[in-house]
Design a binder for this molecule. Structure first.
Ligand SMILES: Cc1cc2nc3c(=O)[nH]c(=O)nc-3n(C[C@H](O)[C@H](O)[C@H](O)COP(=O)(O)OP(=O)(O)OC[C@H]3O[C@@H](n4cnc5c(N)ncnc54)[C@H](O)[C@@H]3O)c2cc1C
Length: 457
């Protein structure tokens, strides 16, 4: 069968994209390397255990199903409204898990595969693809563990420096949970902002000697996540060494590294002799992470501390006592693009627009987010083939907020994979904090309704 679209990768994103296209009557070739014979490059990533499509490689949970107060629950709701295969299969495979949506992973994968196999214009081909096609509409959805030869081909097409093989994630904090009576805004040496004029780019949290010493001891003692066997050779690149490894290197290593106080006058210590204040003993800096200014990352704080430990320890930092984290730190093997730089607003490679990316390789993170970006890639490709203008989902919706983040709102310089969270949504500063989550979801649902109505079935 000749095809209209070639999808590479039959994981969460590729399966969802294939479904969205084929159920609209388009001819799809879906290439999946697992289950292929040796001469077709059959291979499994180190995390995959089966040959089933849409295999869940770790937890069996799609996280919260609460669409009133939770961003991922809202994303479930929106995907259902778009006729998502992943959500339909999850409903059939659901197992009890309180307010979370958890599934029997084998039933889930079998449901996805059966639904796809039943579509006459969809061909599932067990083969590994080693090169980006030169022509023909293509969706690349090969995930965080993309096979090596294809990853190299993507590296050549995008510029190797724009394709990461590991994420080194520093925690990201919601701006409105930072105590600005304790922290202050300043750039080191009051250097002018690259954005023009303003010298107050960073949020600074000052530490005394005692606070710094206790914090360093906390880092040393804190429980760390161990690397999986196949991640054991994860390199620590310059500039992304975990803070606990830096802490091990010496008492002052952090004070000469990410917690350097030099050039940061603390206004709270101002005296007639030092009207701008003195430098503190150590400083934790946070830098704006998205254009909306709602998310701030802890500069240089990539870590393998366990999540609960991160929350406990980072809340001992002055000004972060009430911090809410949009995501916590981590370091994993993960192939992903610098999407804000490389992709257009429709997930197409700017240099080769016949290639579209979907799933975790675009820099979203999580099963649901990956499937959601697959769904969007499917809808975009269908619109392109039909010659229709693509209408982007409103950025007030979870789909729109996630897409905006990947394709432009995130800072390209510091881009790291991201889960869906309310920090990606346009803020609602006039709504009281306690009611804000419900307000975000109510606005999203109202705005989604109109948009979904305009998506051709
Ligand atoms: C070890 C690990 C654990 C994770 N745990 C969780 C978790 O618990 N919860 C969560 O929400 N997220 C988790 N994630 C993150 C992520 O959301 C999942 O990896 C998710 O499956 C990504 O979906 P995807 O469709 O982008 O990629 P995948 O689901 O990985 O699908 C990619 C597919 O492409 C195929 N493929 C790769 N290269 C080629 C090629 N060259 N030719 C043909 N086929 C190819 C692969 O075999 C695979 O089937 C985890 C990631 C990893 C690596």
């Amino acid at each position: 069968m000749t095809h209209d679209v070639h999808i590479i990768g039959g994981g969460l994103a590729g399966s969802e994209a294939a479904w969205q296209l084929a159920r609209r009557g388009l001819r799809v070739r879906l290439s999946e390397m697992r289950g292929a014979s040796a001469d077709k490059g059959g291979e499994r990533s180190p995390a995959h255990q089966t040959d089933g499509l849409a295999e869940l490689v770790c937890s069996n949970s799609f996280r919260s199903d609460d669409s009133e107060k939770n961003a991922v629950g809202l994303l479930h709701h929106e995907m259902r409204a778009c006729g998502s295969l992943v959500m339909a299969a999850a409903a059939k495979a659901q197992v009890p898990a309180g307010s979370a949506l958890a599934v029997d992973r084998d039933v889930f994968s079998a449901e996805v595969e059966a639904a796809l196999a039943a579509l006459p214009n969809l061909e599932i081909v067990r083969e590994r693809i080693d090169r980006l096609p030169h022509a023909g509409l293509t969706v690349v959805a090969t995930g965080p563990l993309t096979a090596q030869a294809l990853a190299q081909s993507i590296g050549v097409a995008t510029g190797a420096e724009s394709l990461a093989f590991f994420d080194a994630i520093a925690p990201i904090v919601y701006r409105d949970s930072i105590d600005m009576d304790v922290c202050w805004m300043a750039s080191r040496w009051d250097k002018p902002s690259k954005m023009g004029g303003d010298t107050n780019d960073y949020i600074n949290c000052a530490m005394t000697r005692e606070q710094y010493t206790a914090f360093r001891e906390g880092l040393l003692a804190g429980e760390k996540t161990v690397f999986r066997e196949w991640e054991a050779n994860t390199p620590y690149f310059d500039g992304c060494m975990p803070i606990e490894v830096m802490a091990e290197r010496g008492e002052d290593t952090l004070r000469f590294g990410p917690m350097k106080p030099v050039g940061l006058d603390d206004p709270r210590s101002a005296t007639p002799d030092f009207p701008k204040g003195r430098w503190p003993y150590a400083v934790v800096q946070l830098r704006q992470d998205n254009k909306l200014g709602t998310l701030w990352n802890m500069v240089g704080f990539q870590t393998k501390l366990k999540h609960a430990e991160q929350v406990r320890l980072f809340r001992t930092i002055p000004g972060l006592e009430q911090a809410e984290f949009a995501r916590l730190g981590g370091l994993h093997r993960n192939t992903f693009l610098n999407s804000p730089q490389l992709l257009d607003r429709q997930l197409r490679l700017k240099r080769a627009p016949h290639i579209r990316f979907a799933g975790q390789i675009t820099g979203c993170e999580g099963y649901v987010e990956s499937a959601a970006v697959g769904l969007l890639a499917g809808l975009m490709t269908a619109a392109e083939i039909a010659g229709r203008n693509w209408r982007t989902p409103p950025r007030t919706t979870a789909l729109g907020a996630l897409l905006s983040h990947i394709t432009g709102d995130a800072e390209a310089e510091t881009f790291q994979p991201m889960n869906v969270n309310f920090g990606l949504f346009p803020p609602l500063p006039d709504v009281k904090k306690k009611q804000r989550k419900e307000a975000y979801t109510a606005r999203a649902k109202a705005d989604l309704g109109e948009w979904v109505g305009l998506v051709p079935v």
